[in-house]
Design a protein around this ligand. Structure first.
Ligand SMILES: NC(=O)c1ccc[n+]([C@@H]2O[C@H](COP(=O)([O-])OP(=O)(O)OC[C@H]3O[C@@H](n4cnc5c(N)ncnc54)[C@H](OP(=O)(O)O)[C@@H]3O)[C@@H](O)[C@H]2O)c1
Length: 248
């Protein structure tokens, strides 16, 4: 055990995350999760993240998207948080352009029900070359599937449900190499259970008493996945932990 002492100041919050080498895995993508939890592991307060998040976490949440080829998210988070297309500060767009990437990453939504508002900004305001992607399954409701095809790119990844491996392979097929999963806990747990989460960036917010919803909900009987600590950063009372999938 070691006592952590305060190290050098980090002027660019994203820099320690941008410096990481992310090599696409067996399905062609590196999958990172980015979540915030309370001290009790809670992932939301009154069904939303807002009150859980601190100012530096809000900033990091916004900036992490600069590292992603695509932002992957479960449908319930889109419904609860009112997701729109990703936006990035001008200097991050410039850096992405210099790296040959599109200005912002598209959003990809995982849904079985396709109970989504196709007139919402996440569909209508997405740039034409980065339309929002909906990842669903073959046996989704045909009328809703037709509506989805009108509003979004559709990836079929499974028959009765979205199979996580097929979803990631589908994103790789669209040319994405770095996937940023922003939750929610149910979809993140699906990725963990399928051993597809390569990295978890976890913010610990100095609060207790949120919703009884942990940051990841793995399906019953899923194997336990060990992770290795890669960095610890602090900003005031907010702790930023970065883990990568490891063996134990
Ligand atoms: N603390 C954080 O960092 C953080 C991050 C994100 C969200 N949240 C919070 O978490 C809550 C939402 O999370 P959640 O766990 O309830 O939902 P979620 O993971 O965002 O979404 C669950 C939905 O995703 C779809 N889905 C998941 N796995 C699927 C599969 N294998 N096949 C097909 N569809 C699948 C289903 O959509 P359909 O119902 O459409 O079929 C399911 O209802 C909200 O309160 C939000 O504020 C917190």
């Amino acid at each position: 055990m070691h006592v952590l002492t305060t190290g050098e100041a980090v002027s660019d919050l994203l820099a320690p995350y941008a410096a990481v080498e992310r090599r696409p895995g067996r399905l062609g993508c590196w999958v990172m999760g980015h979540m915030v939890g309370g001290l009790d592991g809670s992932a939301a307060i009154d069904g939303r993240v807002g009150r859980l998040s601190t100012a530096p976490d809000v900033e990091l949440f916004r900036l992490m998207r600069a590292l992603a080829d695509v932002v992957l998210v479960g449908a319930q988070t889109v419904r609860a948080e009112g997701y729109g297309p990703a936006r990035l500060p001008a200097e991050r767009i410039k850096a992405r352009r210099a790296a040959g990437k599109p200005d912002t990453p598209p959003i990809a939504i995982v849904s079985r029900s396709l109970d989504l508002d196709w007139t919402a900004k996440i569909f209508t305001d997405a740039p034409a070359d980065r339309r929002t992607t909906v990842i669903t399954c073959e046996n989704a409701d045909p009328d809703r599937l037709a509506a989805a095809r009108g509003a979004a790119e559709v990836v079929l990844a499974g028959t009765e449900r979205v199979e996580p491996a097929a979803a990631i392979a589908g994103l790789a097929g669209l040319g994405h190499r770095t996937v940023l999963c922003e939750g929610g806990p149910t979809w993140l747990g699906e990725l963990v259970a399928a051993d597809l989460l390569d990295e978890l960036c976890l913010t610990i917010s100095p609060l207790m008493g949120g919703d009884p919803l942990p940051i990841s909900v793995t399906p019953p009987a899923a194997p336990v996945a060990p992770f290795a600590l890669r960095h610890v950063l602090a900003d005031g009372d907010t702790l930023f932990l970065r883990y990568e999938r490891g063996t134990r």
